[in-house]
Design a protein around this ligand. Structure first.
Ligand code: C5P
Length: 235
């Protein structure tokens, strides 16, 4: 999938980090045409009948990204990924080593598997806590190259690593970037970037949760991000 082939309005993926299916549907209705791509993550999937929400979104003509970050023995990951087939799911995430990524990619059918490189909420000190005393950018690069070689469609990575990743990957693979903050913020995301910076550095999709969900007007917030996307990519 090349950069040019993604319509601008599909580059914003709104994260439905919402505690119930009813509230998620309300937000999607409120956002209307401002958002065409949604991420269903752990909170909504476990609170609601996850697949009911996924099927409803796809019935509304929305693209769906199921972000459950599968991490288990390869056989179990493969069987979980198979459950996602034939539901109009564009992307799903895995978070594991080569064998896990390979199992997910082989079972993916028409679902694009995205490998989580390093969570954007983790900084170097957090990585040391986990036992990884390494350079985050080097780890992200190595995990991304292996993910694509193993058949994943792309990676989830912080915008702070988008440039170095684009250099490493060339035009191969999609880079999906959470941790997007249009302005000042005070939350758990540590490696954030603005929409413009992420896109200019080579990100293909922007995942935005709280800056839309918690805005006084979620629709106005989404429209502002869409406008920023258009202007960042304008020739
Ligand atoms: O609210 P916020 O914009 O921080 O939401 C970011 C979303 O992206 C959350 O749903 C989070 O689970 C997800 N995510 C992330 N970092 C990753 C992978 C996914 O923040 N590496």
């Amino acid at each position: 999938m090349s950069r040019a082939s993604i319509p601008d309005e599909q580059r914003l993926i709104a994260a439905l980090d919402i505690p119930s299916g009813a509230e998620a549907r309300d937000l999607v209705r409120e956002l209307g045409d401002s958002v065409s791509f949604y991420k269903v993550g752990l909170e909504l999937f476990t609170a609601a009948d996850g697949f009911a929400v996924v099927d409803w979104l796809s019935g509304q003509g929305k693209q769906v990204f199921v972000d459950l970050k599968f991490f288990d023995v390869p056989a179990t990951v493969a069987r979980a990924v198979k459950q996602l087939q034939v539901r109009n799911i564009t992307f799903a995430t895995v978070h594991g080593n080569d064998a896990i990524m390979r199992a997910a990619a082989e079972a993916s059918g028409d679902v694009g598997i995205l490998a989580v490189t390093v969570l954007t909420s983790l900084d170097s000190a957090d990585m040391r806590d986990l036992g990884f005393d390494c350079d985050i950018a080097a780890l992200v690069r190595s995990r991304a190259s292996r993910a694509l070689a193993l058949g994943c469609a792309g990676v989830v990575a912080s915008g702070q690593e988008a440039a170095v990743l684009r250099n490493t990957l060339g035009e191969r693979g999609v880079i999906v970037t959470p941790g997007i903050r249009p302005g000042q913020h005070d939350d758990d995301q540590k490696r954030t970037v603005t929409p413009t910076q992420a896109l200019r550095d080579g990100a293909d999709y922007l995942v935005v949760g709280r800056p839309i969900r918690d805005a006084d007007s979620p629709k106005a917030a989404a429209d502002e991000i869409q406008a920023e996307i258009r202007s960042a990519l304008a020739p």
